[in-house]
Write a new protein. Structure first.
Length: 466
């Protein structure tokens, strides 16, 4: 109970800090460019709801901090809080400071500055990660291949190293997974470049895919193909009070060795066995100290995010320092200096931006499930977890979330920055502003779409908790 309360407060704090950073950077982008274009800023607000803190800066701007960190806004002279400009209250002497009277390229620059600020934040964060930590991970050497799996049928074997996925070089397992995630929901052929264990000649392996992982809410592309990575031991750190693991006699510190006579390769394999056997009795052999102990476990039946019945016992993995168990030849590490770190930071931001945009497209056309849309509860949980893993992991999550915010705000939906940019581009073509009646209709449609997405995200969050 104490741990649950502690996790709640960590997640809540992580959510506030994470969204606070992202919203502040986004709104500061609008603010900074507006000031450079000579537009008078009336209010700079971070958060929604009744103001917690308000003050007037030396620049005459009203600064506001509100308690709900799900957004913010920059209010400028000559611009309403909606998409419809209102210039009736702007006097002739102030028109040179009014947003509505600025050239269209300046208005477009001000609107685009928010998402651009999010992309710049991501580039900066990736640069910090590259300079401070470099690229570290486990070499993508196959630790095992499941019989009758797509990988086995394609000829992959234990000891083969994956050099590239669809032509993109892969140095560590994380890069392999990301390249495979990019093919979610697709049909066709996944091409892997392999350094075989039994040959010095690199070869290509083609694996057919069909609507690949489109309905999976917790996809694991590597394991889905039947490829076993280097795994941490299936060691137990703690148990859920009253859970099936506790009832079956598992203890913290136990390491699972066998289930029904089958050797357990590691934690991921152990989890898969438990999930695959709801309400079935399993004969488990664990290493307890210097001895082996036989137990019987009966995983409880629960429903996952997609409604499928899976098993659960209520046990947590023991944190292990990979440096202590990973063979030297399996380690991969690339260091960067401040100059060489720029190019990979730019590439990482671009690749993840394309990935987010492509994922949105796939959800719209039905290739992958809309259950991948996450709300603030899931973001809070992930933020809390990544913060507990260390600064490097948290910074990577922050950069990905910043990219997602930038991409989403550029979508051509009225209410969002992309909707404003769409109106301005139309204005460039037709040489006059989009009629206010059309903008009002667009506002209603945009609010309906955004409200629907928010409701769906919250629904997904709640169903994950249940």
């Amino acid at each position: 109970m104490i741990m649950m309360i502690q996790n709640f407060f960590v997640s809540a704090l992580a959510l506030i800090v994470t969204l606070g950073i992202l919203v502040t950077i986004h709104e500061f982008g609008h603010f900074w460019v507006a000031r450079r274009c000579g537009v008078k800023v009336l209010r700079f607000s971070i958060g929604f709801g009744k103001a917690v803190k308000t003050w007037i800066g030396k620049d005459g701007v009203e600064y506001v901090i509100a308690p709900i960190p799900l957004g913010g806004y920059v209010k400028m002279l000559g611009q309403e809080d909606t998409t419809v400009s209102d210039t009736s209250d702007v006097s002739a002497s102030q028109r040179h400071q009014s947003f509505a009277f600025k050239p269209i390229w300046q208005r477009m620059a001000i609107v685009a500055a928010g998402p651009i600020a999010n992309f710049l934040l991501a580039i900066f964060v990736f640069w910090i990660i590259n300079v401070s930590y470099g690229v570290k991970g486990i070499a993508p050497v196959i630790n095992g291949v499941i019989d009758d799996s797509p990988a086995y049928s394609a000829g992959l074997r234990t000891g083969d190293e994956i050099l590239a996925v669809d032509g993109e070089d892969t140095i560590i397992w994380q890069q392999v997974s990301m390249q495979m995630f990019a093919r979610m929901g697709e049909s066709g052929t996944l091409v892997l470049s392999i350094d075989p264990v039994d040959s010095n000649v690199t070869r290509e392996v083609s694996i057919p895919i069909s609507s690949w992982m489109g309905d999976d809410t917790q996809p694991n592309p590597v394991y889905d193909l039947g490829i076993v990575q280097f795994e941490i031991p299936a060691s137990i750190s703690e148990l859920v009070p009253g859970g099936r693991a506790e009832a079956g006699g598992l203890l913290p510190g136990d390491e699972v060795l066998f289930v029904d006579g089958r050797a357990i390769r590691g934690w991921t394999h152990w989890v898969d066995v438990i999930r695959s056997n709801p309400e079935l009795t399993l004969n488990v052999v664990v290493k307890r100290g210097a001895t082996e102990t036989e137990l019987q476990l009966r995983p409880a039946s629960i429903r996952d995010d997609s409604g499928r019945e899976i098993g659960s016992i209520g046990a947590y993995v023991q944190n292990v320092n990979l440096a202590d168990i990973l063979p030297p030849e399996m380690r991969r590490e690339i260091s960067y200096n401040p100059l060489s770190a720029i190019q990979p930071a730019l590439k990482e931001t671009w690749n993840k931006s394309v990935f987010v945009l492509d994922s949105i497209k796939k959800m719209v056309i039905g290739l992958i499930s809309v259950k991948h849309i996450n709300g603030p509860i899931t973001i809070a949980q992930v933020a809390g977890e990544t913060a507990s893993y260390g600064l490097e992991v948290y910074l990577g999550f922050l950069a990905l979330l910043s990219i997602s915010l930038g991409v989403l705000n550029l979508l051509p939906i009225p209410v969002l920055d992309g909707g404003h940019l769409l109106y301005y581009m139309i204005e460039v073509v037709i040489r006059r502003p989009v009629p206010e009646r059309i903008q009002a209709w667009g506002l209603q449609i945009g609010l309906l779409l955004i409200s629907g997405i928010m409701v769906l995200a919250m629904y997904n969050d709640v169903t994950r908790l249940l």
